[in-house]
Design a protein around this ligand. Structure first.
Ligand SMILES: Cc1ncc(COP(=O)(O)O)c(C=O)c1O
Length: 445
């Protein structure tokens, strides 16, 4: 066993024990594919602010932050108060509520391109609904998505999403999804030659929280112009970037108006909730018109028992109000800038080739590649990225960092929050340097 694995096993014995039981309940013992870890994953049982605790009582500085949902940190007191008060007043009122409108208003104030919204329970549901709306609107069935871009786990999102095969997706659906590289000439070629393409969807800063970075400027503007030219609906999947890359998401930061946008995570203040919004004429594909042919056959339907459930709505209202009125993003971005600079120094001190980059409060480390000089959105080819960040490297980095008290999401991204402190960032940089030295000692970098 490698020494990193050895230290990991020694530090988390209670998790090892629980995992033995978990495999009896869940396939692979887990409830989300990204939580798969060998020889076992760590079990956490509470969190506050920027830290969380596992079953052995170890304190860990958290940069998974609810898979990116917790821009204000764990259990923010204002959000906890709003949610718990609402739980006591009812978790589901079986009808419309004023809270859903307040939540929608908070979303629409921050993202000017949204003329109407609908509320869902997850990013997956939102991209699924957005794709269906787009197709219904322009009558063209095919979807253009980008290699590795992740839009959840419904069938239209599965082709080339990186971490799971499109197993058992019917060929008829696979034929509807065209996968391209984020290269504007390639996109134009496809749109010019295939009039059936009606939708382009992307993660606007690049696949997997910018792990495969794109250069939003000028790519997003070029994509906007091309999709307008060919009558194709442009969807920004802002599940990660929404309210993080700027208060109004990637579209506000880069001043591009997509036709539809999808949100998850931060939109619901750390509770399970999400949204779809955009041009009213597209959103209206869901409206009842009083015409049975339309209402019962052509209208896009949306169900969802827990859509806009009151506790989630409350978390969304309070969380987004904080983002609108307080320097939440500014604080998170400043801590991320400190972390990015510190990680870059750590690469040099540990004499390991690599660098850290990222936009706003996303920090992406990459091992095995020389810095390009761009620490925000560097040009990195898919091939170089894959060769640099192998599963072995990211897996061992994750475990090495955990043994030093830091949780990095997938070994690939630090989701920085507004409550990380300078002292926690500096401890993280030290942990990173030690981890790099350990990876080097094991001949992994
Ligand atoms: C860009 C993007 N879209 C969609 C999703 C799916 O969201 P959810 O996990 O809420 O279904 C994710 C999840 O990480 C995501 O990163």
């Amino acid at each position: 066993m490698s020494s990193i694995n050895q230290r990991y096993v020694e530090k988390f014995p209670a998790s090892a024990e629980l995992f033995e039981k978990a495999v009896g309940y869940f396939p692979s013992g887990i409830t989300h594919q990204n939580r798969f870890a060998e020889p076992f994953p760590v079990y956490f049982n509470r969190a506050a602010g920027a830290v969380k605790y596992d079953l052995d009582g170890n304190e860990t500085i958290d940069f998974v932050m609810g898979n990116g949902a917790l821009l204000q940190g764990h259990a923010h007191p204002e959000i906890v108060e709003a949610v718990t008060a609402q739980v006591a007043r009812g978790t589901h009122l079986g009808g419309n509520t004023p809270f859903e409108m307040e939540w929608a208003d908070a979303i629409m104030r921050l993202v000017p391109s949204l003329e109407q919204v609908r509320l869902t329970n997850s990013g997956t549901e939102s991209t699924y609904l957005a794709i269906r709306l787009a197709r219904a609107f322009n009558g063209k069935p095919k979807i253009l998505k980008f290699e590795e871009h992740f839009h959840g786990w419904h069938e239209y999102a599965l082709p080339s999403q990186g971490n799971a095969p499109a197993a058992s997706v019917p060929p008829a659906i696979m034929d509807m999804v065209i996968v391209a590289r984020p290269d504007i000439a390639e996109v134009e070629e496809i749109l010019k030659n295939d009039p059936e393409v009606g939708v382009v969807i992307l993660e606007p800063t690049g696949a997997h929280y910018s792990c495969f970075p794109i250069q939003p400027d000028p790519f997003l503007r070029q994509l906007r112009d091309l999709t307008a030219k060919y009558g194709v609906v442009l969807i920004f999947d802002e599940t990660i970037t929404g309210f993080r890359i700027s208060k109004g998401g990637a579209q506000t930061r880069y001043d591009i108006q997509p036709d539809l946008s999808t949100f998850g995570k931060i939109v619901a203040g750390g509770m399970p909730g999400a949204a779809v919004g955009g041009r009213a004429e597209i959103m209206e594909m869901m409206s009842f018109r009083g015409n049975p042919e339309w209402d019962n056959r052509r209208r896009i339907g949306q169900g969802g028992t827990f859509n806009a459930n009151p506790p989630t709505a409350m978390a969304g209202i309070v969380g987004l109000k904080m983002i609108a009125e307080q320097p939440i993003n500014e604080r998170a971005d400043a801590m991320a800038a400190r972390l990015r600079a510190g990680l870059n120094d750590a690469f040099q001190r540990a004499e390991v080739t690599g660098f850290a980059y990222g936009i706003a409060s996303l920090v992406n480390p990459i091992m095995g590649l020389e810095p390009t000089g761009d620490y925000e959105a560097p040009v990195i080819s898919y091939e170089d990225r894959r060769a640099a960040m192998t599963a072995k490297r990211t897996g061992l980095l994750t475990k090495a960092m955990l043994t030093h008290g830091v949780h990095v999401m997938g070994g690939q991204v630090f989701m920085v929050s507004s409550v990380h402190t300078e002292e926690q960032i500096d401890r993280t940089i030290e942990a990173f340097e030690s981890s790099l030295r350990e990876l080097r000692a094991e001949g992994v970098v």
